[in-house]
Ligand binder design. Sequence first.
Ligand SMILES: C[S@@+](CC[C@H](N)C(=O)[O-])C[C@H]1O[C@@H](n2cnc3c(N)ncnc32)[C@H](O)[C@@H]1O
Length: 404
Amino acid sequence: MDDPAFSPEVDETTQLILLHASNHDLPALKPLLRVQGNATVQDPETGYTPLHAAIAACSYASSCEEADMEKAKATVQELFMGGAIWNDLDTSDETPGCMAWRLGRKELYQLCVEAGVRAEMLLGIMGGYEELDSEDEEEEEQGEEAEVNTETQPNGDSSGEVIIQAERKDVNSEDYLKSKLKFEDDKLLDADDNGVMMTWETDIMRRSVGLLLPDLKPGARILNIGFGMGIIDRMFRETKPLSHHIVEAHPAVLQKLFSPVSDFGSTWQSSAPACGKYVIHAGKWQDIVPKLLEEGEVYDAIYFDTFGEDYSQLKLFFSEYVVGLMDPEGRFGFFNGLGADRRVCYDVYCKVAELDLCDAGMDVNWTDVEVGTLGGDGEGEWKGVRRRYWTLDKYRLPVCTFLG
Ligand SMILES: C[S@@+](CC[C@H](N)C(=O)[O-])C[C@H]1O[C@@H](n2cnc3c(N)ncnc32)[C@H](O)[C@@H]1O
């Protein structure tokens, strides 16, 4: 195999690149970075890329040595210019950005976030967000060498295909919508034990409702995409809306919703005020929402929280539909879980979403919500759940309004 990560010896060039990166020795490093692929070499033992090496060196640099930090920043910038990948993982499963955060090197962390945003925006323009392979999948894919695309983009940035794990997601939409679901008291799981929805998110849902409907004002027109456990819909229902439209696609969730014991059955539907409507739309939002738009429906609060879909679908929803469906004074929110298993990915995607929302004519107001202490892998909340999709201490809650 040609990949140095799999070769028994480190070749001399790799050694030199990592050494110069670690010494923040730009004059020595620059000529080497002219060769394509050199910015993404990896040490076979540590998995360090030149970015990891440049950042790791700052763990022992004294914090008061400003000149050293300036050299470190210049090195990191040069590496990005030379095609370094912002989210390559070392053998401890750490990205350069997460390493910078752990070492308290905020400026270096910020450079990694900025590079990630540039790479993701470019990838979006080129028409594809891809997902980070889960650890399980990596194990299954024996023999496949690397999980990143080392191609250098025309602007000099590399765009790794590690990209962002979509919210609570480890599956694709088509498979998910065909899969069997497990309904438990504190969670909804798919057939592979991926968490579709979990009750630890209740506070996030409550804060979302409070911010989407200030003062929980009755008489609002509400659209919610994705019923899940019905946590947010029960909260919306309590506000006594004028209309409440729910879009849900999974047959098992729909079966529950339409069962005789459902609390969203005919009693709820017929309790809508005279000029309002309480309704469940069965089907994918991609099929339902264009019809709502055609019918001239308008909402004061729109919430989007699906499962098994990637960022491109969220972007499609807000850029193509929210614009036509939301009242000029309305508010739009979504479950902001993209990349939440790695800090740097989360920060990159918050920024990417903010830029795309701005492009769609919306302003975002972020509110930090403390997530509280959740269990480790397979513990506490995550017992019986295949993958811990949330590892961060804060949730950034977005509330979007039309610009101007
Ligand atoms: C994370 S859950 C929603 C949780 C909800 N916010 C709550 O408070 O319980 C996602 C839901 O979206 C549904 N869903 C997934 N893809 C969908 C699609 N394309 N259209 C409509 N619903 C979808 C799933 O079946 C699931 O019920």
